[in-house]
Ligand binder design. Sequence first.
Ligand SMILES: *Cc1c(COP(=O)(O)O)cnc(C)c1O
Length: 420
Amino acid sequence: MDHFNYRNGVLHAEDVPMSAIADAVGTPVYVYSRATLERHARVFREALGGIERKHIAFAIKANPNLAVLKVLARQGFGADIVSGGEMKRALAAGMPAKDIVFSGVGKTVTELREALEAGIGQFNIELEEEGAVLAQIAASLGKTADAVLRVNPDVDAGTHAKISTGKKENKFGVPIDEAPGIFARLSALPGLNLRGIAAHIGSQIFDLGPIEAAYSKLGDMVRDLRAAGHVIDRVDLGGGLGVPYERDKVPPSPADYGSMVERATRGWDVTLYFEPGRVIVGNAGVLLTRVIWVKPGAVRPFIIVDAAMNDLARPAMYDAWHDFEAVAPTGERMVANIAGPVCESGDTFGIGRDIDVVKAGDLAVFRTAGAYGATMASTYNSRPLVPEVMVDGDKFAVVADRVMPETLIAAERVPDFLRD
Ligand SMILES: *Cc1c(COP(=O)(O)O)cnc(C)c1O
């Protein structure tokens, strides 16, 4: 459920008509609803109500905007980060360092050192060498790194290949059959407190079966590691729950997920870590755009909007679907292709879509754009970097500026050897 609804025929974010945002900020612009973010955070936490010891770390890569992080920090969420830049954002949003989990398959030595110095609460180790280097840096700083070992459970999450992470051919985690040996060697190192294991098998998952299969493998491993004499007090269950990009395709609810987790982890006696991203922010944002032209096409008309693949990359990258709705629909429908102004055919948001009739100048939104939207934006075709707005009841504020080409050009240099 979200707070983007039609009132008197006009799409609102909470109590603010989309047209007011377009008038004040221009388009394209991402619009987030604070009430929706809070609702999703609450629903996710409540779904895990039966789990006594837990920590929820929002996967920042889904939406790293400071205002979004601030809302989630106030809901008691920590952060799952995958870069030094994300660490800076989490800390800037006021998330305590101990609530931050550092994931990612390519943490550099500099990132590891800075995270240790900041007092990050957990490192998710992806390979044996990383663990050894982390231990060494920690020891040299007189610190102990709290860590878990990410295993690759070799299960197929049944999602798009580019966001599947838990098959043995993927780059993530250590092979599950090698994990006990690696765990034993790393846990002997000074500087490292290896407290458990982690898995994250993919994103936009619609079937709880593979997740449960992965968790069951983690449960077996917890038992085996304890039998080998290790103290295990944390298991990180990753993220990955899907969201409904299309109205008639309904993913498992957080409540379904919560009861599966309770069943799968019964008796583990650990603190469970969760890393939800998409499910918290996906439906809390839309991309507001204006129709530039309705261009006649050989087969169907093209709706050319002022948002493009550089603003919302998911359709071009993952063939992803985003519902397209007019801000003030007339009730009439049309079949059309929807595309942006960027000079490649990949800049297409939908082909042969049954949509509200729109004409040049009309406002429209791409729904469910709060996750992996603005965070993936670029300035391709020297377009401005897309701005972000947050709505709170009848108020709204720009929470990320539109970064103009002049600003980007000012960061570039013409070298001496090219000066006239
Ligand atoms: C991307 C990612 C997540 C979040 O995935 P969602 O599908 O957005 O919930 C969680 N953990 C790790 C390690 C990730 O890479």
